[in-house]
Each structure stands twice: as structure tokens, then as C-alpha cells.
Design a protein around this ligand. Structure first.
Ligand SMILES: [Zn+2]
Length: 438
């Protein structure tokens, strides 16, 4: 894990927030390569969940919402209890949880989940939501929250989206956006952070068909992670037991990855029933119902949610891609990222800085730049330039050498196999495009 964090900083994937001031607890910034990788992950999700489907619409709701939203959703009430955290397994409990043996905060107190002793924090009155004030007056009437999830923005816009897009049930609303939770025990690099980004999809279904759709999304989401090239041996489902279920959920399941710090959730699939829509009907007084066009039957839809953390997915692909291997007696670090999400697709190198090689390499750079993210590097030995791109996860390296100047061919080096092929400059774009398909 330390190696991954160190690579992330060294190569400009992730920096600590406000580092020159000593950092801000569990808040992170994405650097030049990190922001590209993150955008590629979001783009891949959006493409498969929204653009390639007729039954799902995208939207983007604001981070600030009417404070009543959070009363209706249960977030105001359910997060103001005295809570204790286990420093070992990171589970959070109500301080009065009957399963806790002993008094939280004391050495003898025992965590009901992992069984560790002395790892429970003192009870603290805690609401997970960040608060701020809207308008010039800082009082309770002006208090608003930074959203702790994007889902509520989709629920309160259920009718707007359905009517504007003329969707019929079943259909979904997808969002990508920032959310904020004032976690008591954040940690593990970008795994648990107070500011984070979510890719959430709310799928509205007819009550009674919810179980079936849950199964569907369970399959569909895992397939998505396999397609991303993540090691299947490091992926598993974790169904929530009755004591783990959130207040709104009838059934929930995590997709977990075997991180260097153990199995942890990074995507959740939840059957949220009609809890959210019913509560918003109750609190707003507006009907949030669906009328079946065939039967004229009125009902409040059930929701099957898929919720994926962008930062967590980022950590999964980084951890899964990281490897060290011996090549010709030297250790090389490689990020074996799926080519479709690699921040840079092709490195372009003139073998030496003379004999017309930089000029030809520059021309190739300019042409390929129109198609994908490319990087030009003429500094240092060719071996060292290859190594730098290996660490950045760049799948291909194009080298302009002496022969290029006579026959207009270049070598293409494959990051993973280290094989080099000679390809004609005219064929370069086609060759690379084929190999960079999702
Ligand atoms: Zn524990």
C-alpha cells in the first residue's frame, strides 16, 4: 500500500490536499495523471449506464438542496445519535448498541463485529452531514447541508425526469457528483474520505418486480468490473445481514475488492423499496407516483440503486494494476491499467535528439494527439523513458529511430509483453486505435 501511495504522489496521480500546510485530514487532490484516470473511469461508467441504454437518463442535481430533503430521507434523524467507531474494522455503532460488551472508550470494551478490544472510540454526538448557512444570517433557519449522497437529487426529480424524457417504468436516473460525509474514522488513502464523488443510478420499478431487478443489477454491475479487467479472484459479493442494512433498505449487497488492507466494499446494490419516494411525498405533499398506462394502476415505484464510489474505483484499478517485475536484472514498476482507462495512451520518443528524429516524432505526436491522450518525451535514455511510462500505465510506446528516417516505420512497444513491432507511420493511427478499444 505504501508503494502505491508513493507512486501515486511521485507520478502525479494523487496528492494530499493543502500539503504545504500539513494537509487536511483525509482530503485528497487528483494530479495530472490522476485527473485523466478519474475522468476515464467516469466516462466509461456514464457510457455504459446512460449513453448505451434507452432506459436510463442522466442528470446532475445541485450539492445544496432544500433542508427538508434530509428530514424526509432520514439523514437528519438517523445520524444525530451518539455514535462510536471501531478503529480496527471501521464499523460505526450507536453507543447504546446492545451487542457492545463493556463501555465504549475503555480498554475492556469489545467491538461486536471484529471482536477487537479497546478499539471503540468514546461516544460522540454526531451527524454525518456537513452543515453550512445560506444567505447572510447564520442561524438554524438558514442552515443547509452538503449532500451526503446524490440519490436524493434523483428522487426529488423523479417526476421531472420521467415527464421530460417520456420514460416508462422500469427506468433509471443516473448521476455523477460530489458528496460529503463527516466520517469519524476516515482513512486508507483515498478509500474513505470526507469529500468524495459518487456514480449512482436509481432504477425505478414496479413493486413486486424489485427482487428480479435487484438480481439483474447484481449481475450487470459485476460484469462491468470484470470488463474493466479487474482480477476476478479479488472480487466478491457481500450480502448485508439484517444488522448491516441501512434504514431504507430491504436488501443490500456490496461488491468488494481485496485491497492491500483487506476485503472492502466499493460498490453497493440496494433495494431501497418505496422508502425515499414515499417519504418525499409525505414531507412535500406532492404525489410522486406512477400511473401504469395499460392498467391505469397508481403506485409508488420501488428503487433498486447501484452506488459506486469514484475514488474507491480509482483505488481498485490502481491497486489491481500495480505490479513489480524483474526485467533483465532490474525491477520495473508497471501499472497494468486497462488501455481504455489509461491516463496516457501512447508515449512518443525520438531515440536520439538529432538526425531529424525529433521532428518526425513531433509530427507523429501532433497527429495522434487528435485521437487520444499522448505524451512526448525526449529526455534521458530510452530505457528510462519507457520505465516512466510503465509507471504511468501508458500501454504503448512509439519510438522513432534511425530506420524510421529511411523507411517511415517506427517501433511500437507493448507495456505488458515488452514486445516491439515495426509499423509504418501511415498505419500507426489504425494500429493503435484497434488496440485501444474498450
Ligand atoms: Zn471492530
Amino acid at each position: 500500500m505504501e508503494k502505491l501511495v508513493s507512486l501515486a504522489k511521485r507520478r502525479g496521480f494523487v496528492f494530499q490536499s493543502s500539503e504545504i500546510y500539513g494537509g487536511l485530514g483525509s482530503v485528497w487532490d487528483y494530479g495530472p495523471l490522476g485527473v485523466e484516470l478519474k475522468r476515464n473511469l467516469i466516462e466509461r461508467w456514464w457510457r455504459s449506464v446512460v449513453q448505451e441504454r434507452e432506459d436510463i437518463e442522466g442528470m446532475e442535481s445541485a450539492i445544496l438542496m432544500h433542508p427538508k430533503v434530509w428530514e424526509a430521507s432520514g439523514h437528519v434523524a438517523s445520524f444525530t445519535d451518539p455514535l462510536v467507531d471501531c478503529r480496527q474494522c471501521k464499523k460505526r455503532f450507536r453507543a447504546d448498541d446492545e451487542r457492545i460488551k463493556g463501555k465504549p472508550g475503555e480498554e475492556s470494551a469489545q467491538c461486536p463485529v471484529c471482536g477487537s478490544k479497546g478499539t471503540l472510540t468514546d461516544p460522540r454526538m454526531f451527524n454525518l452531514m456537513f452543515r453550512t448557512f445560506m444567505g447572510p444570517v447564520e442561524d438554524a433557519a438558514a442552515q443547509v447541508f452538503l449532500r451526503p449522497e446524490t440519490a436524493q437529487g434523483s428522487y426529488v426529480n423523479f417526476l421531472n425526469v420521467m415527464q421530460a424524457s417520456r420514460q416508462k417504468i422500469p427506468f433509471g436516473i443516473a448521476q455523477v457528483g460530489k458528496a460529503f460525509r463527516n466520517e469519524i474514522t476516515p482513512g486508507n488513502f483515498i478509500f474513505r474520505t470526507r469529500e468524495f464523488e459518487q456514480m449512482e443510478m436509481q432504477y425505478f420499478v414496479k413493486p413486486g418486480e424489485d427482487e428480479e431487478w435487484f438480481e439483474y443489477w447484481h449481475e450487470e454491475r459485476m460484469r462491468w468490473h470484470y470488463d474493466l479487467g479487474i482480477d476476478p479472484d479479488k472480487l466478491r459479493y457481500h450480502p448485508h445481514g439484517p444488522d448491516e442494512l441501512a434504514h431504507y433498505a430491504k436488501r443490500a449487497e456490496d461488491i468488494q475488492y481485496h485491497f492491500p488492507f483487506g476485503w472492502q466494499e466499493y460498490e453497493g446494490i440496494h433495494n431501497r423499496t418505496d422508502f425515499d419516494l414515499s417519504r418525499h411525498q409525505e414531507y412535500s405533499g406532492k404525489k410522486l407516483q406512477y400511473v401504469d398506462p395499460a392498467t391505469k394502476e397508481h403506485f409508488t415505484p420501488y428503487v433498486v440503486e447501484t452506488a459506486l464510489g469514484v475514488g474507491r474505483l480509482f483505488l481498485v484499478v490502481m491497486a489491481d494494476a500495480y505490479r513489480e517485475e524483474e526485467v533483465e536484472g532490474a525491477t520495473r514498476i508497471v501499472l497494468g491499467l486497462h488501455p481504455s482507462i489509461a491516463p496516457v495512451k501512447v508515449g512518443i520518443f525520438p531515440l536520439v535528439k538529432k538526425d531529424g528524429m525529433p521532428e518526425l516524432a513531433r509530427n507523429i505526436y501532433k497527429e495522434l494527439q487528435k485521437l487520444f491522450a499522448v505524451f512526448y518525451d525526449d529526455g534521458g535514455s530510452i530505457g528510462r523513458r519507457y520505465r516512466r511510462q510503465d509507471e504511468a500505465g501508458t500501454p504503448f510506446g512509439v519510438t522513432v529511430d534511425g530506420q524510421s528516417m529511411t523507411d517511415s516505420t517506427v517501433t511500437i512497444r507493448d507495456r505488458d509483453t515488452l514486445k516491439q513491432e515495426r509499423v509504418s507511420v501511415d498505419q500507426l493511427a489504425t494500429y493503435l486505435t484497434e488496440r485501444l478499444q474498450p
